[in-house]
Write a protein that binds this ligand. Sequence first.
Ligand code: BG6
Length: 522
Amino acid sequence: MINHWTFRCKAVSELIPYCEIVTGVPCGYVICGASGDLTHRKLIPAVFSLFRAKKIPEQFFVVGFARSVMADSDFRQRVIDSLQQAYGEIAKTEIENFVMRCFYVVGSYDQDDGYRKLNEKLEELGRRFGTEGNLVFHIATPPSLYATIVSFLGKNGVVKRHQNEKAFHRVIVEKPFGQDLKSAVNLNKDLLKYLADEQIYRIDHYLGKETVQNILMFRFANQIFEPAWNRHYIDHVQITVAEQLGVEHRAGYFEQAGLLRDMFQNHMLQLAALVGMEPPVDASAESVRDEKVKFMKSIRSFDLEHLETQLIRGQYSGGEASGKNLTAYREEEGVAATSCIETYFAMKLFVDNWRWKDVPFYLQAGKRLKQKLSRIAVIFKKVPHSMFARNLKDLDPSPNVLFFEIQPRQRTSLHFQAKVPGAKMCLAPLKMELDYRDVFGTKMDEDYSTLILDCMLGDQTLYWRRDGVETSWKLLTPVLKKWEAESQEEKERMLERYAGGSWGPAAGNRFIEKDGRHWIVP
Ligand code: BG6
């Protein structure tokens, strides 16, 4: 075990000297699926935090739209509960000022009635709160309802396609965006019947995380890393997204999806694209997304005859953590006793372009792992010749590693070799670290707040574009189809169990060790 000495970074002189502060514009925020879990865990706390920080103006209201029968007062009580759960005690005046802007409309998603009521309500609230007709719709329902809701919003004139009108109507569509290439293409087509592409905001909440956004700044606002950011200096890239939680109450969805769809088609490929893309011409949504799509198109297709060399599937069995027994996936409520759905997944990608040819990108993600951790590691090549080898008994100095830690710690660190005082010949790896909390001292914006504010501002940089979603499905769909056609016996054979609370299946280690490398875990 090598010890790392750490020294901290300090922000240089004036903090945040180049900062573009943006605030939202008057608008109403409509949540379709307002009685659901996402609304209360994420969306309500996110808009409240924007409102509290005055990033959105007083000309603002929230409307919840869903099938459950509720009065405004019931919805408001739920809003209060979710805010208290998210933020603990909040000043009464702050809560009151927010909650008096929250309303609820009940309606079936596939009947005109509810949408008519919604329309009337939005017109009345628009006048009352002075939102100038601007509306953001957030579709947070089960995915099978996305197209239906948008078509009913469109047919009933609740959402209007932009035609040089002054007011904006924008629609945030939750993930998963499709189940495979065909369904994603169809969903895009369905939405585009009623909306222009600039009105569609395909969300990936990982892109709203500060530490994920930092990757672009780090790479393209500094000169020193970019010349080494290629196959000549980088040995490989590792992306790990580990979760401690199991499937929880989402078995219904997860049994249909599995981890490849749930985490790889979106978050994992987005992280890989941020590390691997070419420098965009500018920071506009189109330029950034052009480069991401180009990167995804350069990913080599999987060899369907030898998938096991590139892909590993695992599923958690029972385990133990902090003295508590952990349930096996197959015993979770709503999970089939013979389910072969993967809860862990590892993937090796190759990117066929001049920058990355033959540099593997190893990606792994899993549920019910040892701890929550999302981290990218860029592992540089070893020095070509170690002049210290003779004195240090052939000890091979470890290579430089650059870490982007996304959560729970939010840090960027560079590991490098340096002389340790004392013996003439003494080397040790040191860690130069930027910890966001230490340096910036404040709690950072929640991912959803950033993204919802961007939507209100009409900025699609951190949202998926149509071709991006379709390109990522194009890569993964042949694999999904192949698996779906496998016999139960074959599925069982390819699925390795791992103890809940561990770092995943042994196969996940073997597959990277075969290449003479290993996962860097804490
Ligand atoms: C979601 C997945 O997109 O991301 C979940 O559907 C997963 O299964 C979640 O738990 C992880 O997000 P975070 O921000 O907690 O890392």
